[in-house]
Design a protein around this ligand. Structure first.
Ligand SMILES: CC(C)(COP(=O)(O)OP(=O)(O)OC[C@H]1O[C@@H](n2cnc3c(N)ncnc32)[C@H](O)[C@@H]1OP(=O)(O)O)[C@@H](O)C(=O)NCCC(=O)NCCS
Length: 132
């Protein structure tokens, strides 16, 4: 599948990371589980900020791998809260890869939506605080 070239969103990524050779699958692309783990971490960052404390992942509502990621790509994760409930926070995560440093291109590689729940020190759900 050809890369659909785009640009990075005009906002700060919550996470930027370069995958290493230990993260590849037998096809030579980065293992999907590695990306899923990074997406979970990235989504937790705005969720923790909104919850002003600990959260846990209750659901991965959707996850789409649009393009493969390769070793050496600079992978940027953008995450924002899209909805909140009594205890839950829904976060949308978009992932972009910057490839080929000699002739750089940017492609969107993943889109996901996850739900986190605010928890207390015992791991029990708690009500979200009033937004600041
Ligand atoms: C998350 C947890 C604390 C929720 O406790 P619970 O008593 O089951 O909570 P509830 O069923 O009342 O759901 C809590 C919130 O999550 C939401 N939720 C539950 N299941 C959901 C799902 N499948 N999709 C989206 N949201 C969901 C509920 O709508 C509720 O939101 P609200 O309070 O904003 O209305 C508990 O299920 C838990 O500890 N799960 C394990 C989490 C974990 O270990 N995650 C890491 C996985 S490795």
């Amino acid at each position: 599948m050809p890369d659909t070239i785009t640009e990075l969103p005009d906002k700060h990524p919550v996470l930027r990371v370069m995958p290493m050779p230990s993260e590849v699958n037998p096809q030579g692309d980065v293992f999907g589980g590695w990306i899923m783990a990074q997406v979970d971490v990235a989504g937790a960052i705005p969720a923790m900020r909104r919850a002003r404390g600990r959260v846990t992942t209750v659901a991965v509502n959707s996850f789409l791998f649009k393009q493969p990621v390769s070793v050496g790509d600079v992978v940027s994760f953008f995450a924002e809260v899209v909805a909140t409930g009594r205890t839950s926070i829904k976060v949308r995560v978009e992932v972009y890869a910057e490839r080929h440093p000699a002739q750089p291109i940017t492609v969107k590689v993943t889109e996901a939506e996850l739900t986190y729940v605010a928890i207390n020190q015992h791991g029990e759900k708690r009500e979200l605080p009033t937004p600041q």
